[in-house]
Design a protein around this ligand. Structure first.
Ligand SMILES: Cc1cc2nc3c(=O)[nH]c(=O)nc-3n(C[C@H](O)[C@H](O)[C@H](O)COP(=O)(O)O)c2cc1C
Length: 129
């Protein structure tokens, strides 16, 4: 049984704001998620973070525990956690390259109050793009 977890959090320091910080996160995530059969994509926008992760329950829960312990972000809140029939993300760790444009298509200008439903729509738009 596959699940999809979507969470939002707030960046600490330069997390998500510098190429180096993003590359560090993507590098480790790509390696671990491939190992754990997780697929994921992450969006950084003006200090806010949104990530969707798909995979098996045990691997997801293990990753969420690591994410909760990671000082590079704070205020992690789960926006969605539900079983899924099929994955909507097909890579171990994708970066949403143009978050402002994607948010614009949803009529949002900020991720601070994004809901789980809106995050699912963002995934749909991204997959259709
Ligand atoms: C915004 C953000 C997203 C992250 N996403 C993932 C992820 O998808 N997979 C992952 O393994 N680690 C991710 N991490 C890193 C974890 O919090 C943790 O540092 C890492 O999994 C530890 O891996 P290691 O035990 O191999 O050193 C993320 C960190 C941040 C700040």
């Amino acid at each position: 049984m596959l699940h999809r977890v979507i969470y939002a959090s707030e960046a600490v320091g330069a997390t998500g704001a510098s190429t180096l910080s993003i590359a560090q996160i993507l590098g480790v995530s790509e390696r671990n998620n491939r190992r754990d059969h997780l697929t994921s994509c992450v969006m950084f926008h003006q200090g806010h973070i949104l990530q969707a992760i798909e995979g098996g329950r045990t691997d997801l829960d293990r990753l969420i525990r690591r994410l909760l312990d990671d000082p590079r972000h704070t205020g992690l809140r789960i926006l969605g956690d539900a079983p899924i029939n099929a994955r909507r993300i097909d890579e171990p760790m994708g970066l949403c390259a143009d978050p402002a444009a994607l948010l614009d298509r949803l009529g949002l200008n900020c991720l601070s109050r994004v809901t789980g439903v809106e995050a699912e729509v963002l995934l749909d738009i991204r997959k259709a793009a």
